[in-house]
Design a protein around this ligand. Structure first.
Ligand code: MG
Length: 233
């Protein structure tokens, strides 16, 4: 505990090891927000027998959901049905609220790819009772992300992305199939939430979601470039 108290008193990352080191990593993400967009691809809405939304379906994950640098994912004991959902992720790099859709593109410069791991069994239970999805979506390590790359390298309205499970393509999406565009999503979110530099937005998954098993290797691609790998342990 003294180390923890010290950390909050001056934030020096070099003085202590172990628990303090973990906290300093955590500090890098302190106060960031992670948004997820549900039901943004029509074919995925159909595969889960959901209704097509009139406005984006929004959920959040805490920053402790982040899994970076291709670290492995350890299958949690509370679920028997963890699903992968590959998604393009936007990184906000400017503070804003009530952003007009026509200016939304100026609020992010980089994109990445991520997996919105979902405890589908817990989510299905919550949905049946009309309860929040928080634990089904926000558990530890439920948001693996790639490095972020400049968006100007891509045609964002016609961007291919995909996920392979053990070398087989399971999800192959294109952003032209989104119900709500990146710019619309940013404008919409900013009506309710002050967007801040470093906030991340998972923009929805295409069809083909499925269960993972211990031993699986998941690989995620933007266009033909492999950006992220997650081994399930
Ligand atoms: Mg998702």
């Amino acid at each position: 505990m003294p180390a923890i108290l010290f950390y909050f008193s001056n934030g020096n990352c070099n003085t202590f090891i172990s628990s303090t080191f973990e906290l300093c990593n955590y500090k890098n993400y302190l106060a960031m927000k992670i948004f997820g967009i549900g039901r943004n691809y029509a074919a995925h809405i159909e595969e889960l027998h959901n209704e097509r939304p009139e406005e984006p379906v929004i959920f959040t994950k805490p920053e402790t959901a982040l899994l970076t640098r291709n670290r492995p994912f350890f299958y949690p004991g509370f679920s028997n049905d963890i699903h992968f959902e590959v998604e393009i992720v936007l990184k906000i790099d400017k503070v804003g609220k009530n952003i007009e859709e026509k200016f939304a593109h100026t609020y992010y410069n980089e994109i990445g790819i991520g997996i919105d791991f979902t405890a589908r069994d817990l989510q299905t239970k919550a949905k049946a009772k009309g309860l929040p999805w928080t634990i089904a979506k926000g558990f530890n390590d439920s948001a693996p992300i790639s490095e972020f790359v400049p968006k100007e390298n891509f045609d964002l309205q016609n961007l291919d992305f995909s996920l392979q499970q053990n070398g087989k393509v399971k999800q192959a999406g294109n952003t032209s199939l989104m119900l709500f565009s990146f710019d619309y999503i940013i404008a919409y979110l900013s009506r309710f939430f002050l967007l801040k530099k470093g906030d991340l937005i998972f923009t929805g998954t295409p069809k083909g979601v499925g269960s993972v098993a211990i031993g699986d290797t998941l690989s995620c691609f933007i266009e033909s470039k492999k950006m992220l790998q997650v081994i399930i342990k």
